[in-house]
Every structure is written in C-alpha cells, then in structure tokens.
Design a protein around this ligand. Structure first.
Ligand SMILES: NC(=O)c1ccc[n+]([C@@H]2O[C@H](COP(=O)([O-])OP(=O)(O)OC[C@H]3O[C@@H](n4cnc5c(N)ncnc54)[C@H](OP(=O)(O)O)[C@@H]3O)[C@@H](O)[C@H]2O)c1
Length: 294
C-alpha cells in the first residue's frame, strides 16, 4: 500500500511510520515542518502529488489546557485540517485513518463508554476533537479510532514515561486516584490500525484502547511494582482537586468490544504495561516529557 502518515514526529506518528514501513508498505511520513496541515492548498499539493491509497492522520494539537483560552490553532489542527484531509481522501479514493480521544466524553458514568454513547465534551480540546471526528466522515472510507492515555511511543513523552523517570530518579511521583482510564499502548494501537486497514474491516468509529480500565494510581502502581521501585515513590492525588484550565473526564474507560467484533483482541492494559517496562529496562533513557496533558 502507498501510505502517508501525518504528524510523523509525534508519539503515534513515529511508531506508525516505523511499523508500516517494516510491514513492507511504501510510507511517506510528514512532520509539521514538512507539511502544515492547517494550510489546505499545501495539503492538497503535497499529499495529492503522492497519491496515497491510505492517509493516516496522527497529527493533533494536544495542548489541552492552552486550548481553553487559545482555541483557534487547536481548532485548525484538530478539526478543519481533518476536513481537508477527508475531502482529499475522497478525491483520491484513499482510506482515511484518524485518531480521537476519550475527551469527547464528559466522564460522568460508571461503565466503559461504547461508540454508541453520545459525546459531551467538557473542554475546548474535546470539542475540537469531536469536530474532527465528524469531519473525518467526509472521506468515503474512514476509520476514526479513539485512543486514550497513549504510552510507549519512541520519544518517551507520555504520562507513564514521566512517572517512570521520576521514580527511577528517586523523586516522588503523583498519580490520580479519581481518574479512571483505559490506557492505549502505542504498539498495540499501531497493530490494531494496520489490521483494520489491511483486512478491510468495516469502516467507522472504534475505541482502540487496551482491554480493561483502572485509576491512574493503579496503573502507576503497576509500573512502580514492575520497576522494582519502593512504595514511597508514588503518592495519590486527585484530578478533581487539581486546578486544570480544562476539565478532565473522571470516568473515561472505553470499551473496545467493537474492535473485538472486528476480530482484533487488544491485550489487557496490565500486559501492555509489562511489555512497556521490558522495553524501558532494555533501553533505559531519560523521558523528554514536557508535562503530558492527558
Ligand atoms: N497522547 C495521548 O495521551 C492521547 C490521548 C488521546 C488521544 N490522542 C490522540 O492520538 C493522536 C496521536 O497523539 P500523539 O500523542 O502521538 O500526539 P503528539 O505526540 O503530540 O504528536 C502530534 C504531532 O502532530 C503535529 N502537529 C500539530 N499540529 C500540526 C499541524 N498543524 N500540521 C502538521 N502537524 C501538526 C505535532 O507537531 P509538532 O511536534 O511540531 O508540534 C506532533 O508531531 C492524536 O490525534 C491525539 O489527539 C492522544
């Protein structure tokens, strides 16, 4: 397949370029400096010239808190740019893969969200991502994959990377005891995406997260245990008591049952964290996390 990957310098983008290339596809990865997706004429010129049969959009403006007071750039990157890509995909007869987020939900539930649950974003970021989901459907064939709390990308800049770096440095790490998530391990998301596209699974909306859910504190404690760090390295905090500019959904577990019905079984989050730790121990390095917003 001839594949274009946008956001190629990001966590998911870099892993996507590597995995699809290793699988034998002809891949062009485009970073923001190579193509600013908010410039429609440039998008049409650059991607039109490549004429891919699959466009995988890993680009996003993920500055959740900044979006509350400066919404125009996130709106352009997370919504209008997706519309541009979708219309171009329709013109080229290409499949569009686009990623969204648990932040499209309000978090006021007690069971994992399914794709049929109505979104109700509480933040500007969540609204821009919901708009992007809607605009992606302008592509005649599209996959919109909601991921959450991504970790395990090559740049090591996720919340789990930051927690690991702190604990490894003997500094106290804090994780929320009141925010429930279904984390998404980047290699598992990339594999699921490739299977959907290569196997021509039904197009549409999928929750693409690891199986199960837990509070951030439970996930962080599993990380601590597997890392062999002492108990006192980790303390509990509360998202509800934290002064974020953008509200976070507190119960943000997603059900991946639709993906399972499409033949893709996502490993449990515990299994994913264990594989992630094996990778960290094999190649220890410093996190370059600037402060993940998820
Ligand atoms: N990270 C999470 O925990 C999380 C959670 C839920 C959903 N998601 C979604 O998952 C997808 C992948 O996220 P990620 O964590 O891999 O993101 P990431 O690491 O922040 O990468 C996003 C990339 O998009 C690029 N970008 C931003 N604006 C652009 C523009 N106007 N034109 C071209 N490129 C642009 C960024 O470039 P620069 O590096 O130059 O800024 C960055 O390299 C996104 O759709 C995101 O919303 C992520």
């Amino acid at each position: 397949m001839k594949v274009v990957v946008t956001g190629a310098a990001g966590q998911l983008g870099a892993a996507t370029v590597a995995a699809w290339t290793a699988a034998g596809h002809s891949v062009t990865g485009l970073t923001r400096s190579e193509l600013d997706l908010t410039v429609p004429a440039a998008v049409r010129r650059v991607i039109g010239a490549i004429a891919p049969d699959t466009i995988i959009n890993c680009a996003a403006d993920n500055r959740v808190d900044a979006a509350q007071t400066a919404p125009m750039q996130p709106l352009a990157a997370n919504a209008w740019a997706v519309g541009t890509l979708a219309r171009l995909a329709a013109d080229l007869g290409a499949t569009l893969v686009h990623y969204s987020t648990d932040f499209v939900f309000d978090g006021e539930t007690s069971r994992p969200y399914t794709e049929d649950d109505p979104p109700n974003p509480r933040s500007v970021y969540g609204m821009t991502k919901l708009l992007g989901e809607m605009l992606a459907t302008d592509a005649s064939r599209h996959y919109v994959l909601r991921v959450e709390s991504l970790f395990g990308g090559p740049q090591r800049r996720s919340s789990l990377d930051r927690l690991w770096a702190l604990m490894a440095a003997g500094q106290p790490a804090m994780a929320f005891s009141d925010r429930v998530v279904s984390p998404s391990f980047v290699p598992d998301v990339v594999r699921a995406t490739r299977t959907l596209v290569e196997d021509h699974a039904p197009a549409g909306l999928y929750h693409c997260v690891n199986t199960g859910h837990a509070t951030w504190l439970t996930v962080a404690d599993e990380l601590r245990r597997l890392g062999g760090f002492p108990d006192h390295c980790l303390r509990a905090g509360r998202a509800a008591d934290t002064d974020f500019a953008a509200p976070r959904p507190l119960f943000a577990a997603l059900s991946n049952a639709t993906l399972l019905r499409a033949g893709i079984a996502m490993p449990t989050w515990q299994d994913a964290v264990a594989r992630y730790v094996v990778g960290l121990k094999r190649a220890p390095g410093r996190s370059d996390a600037p402060g993940d917003t998820h």
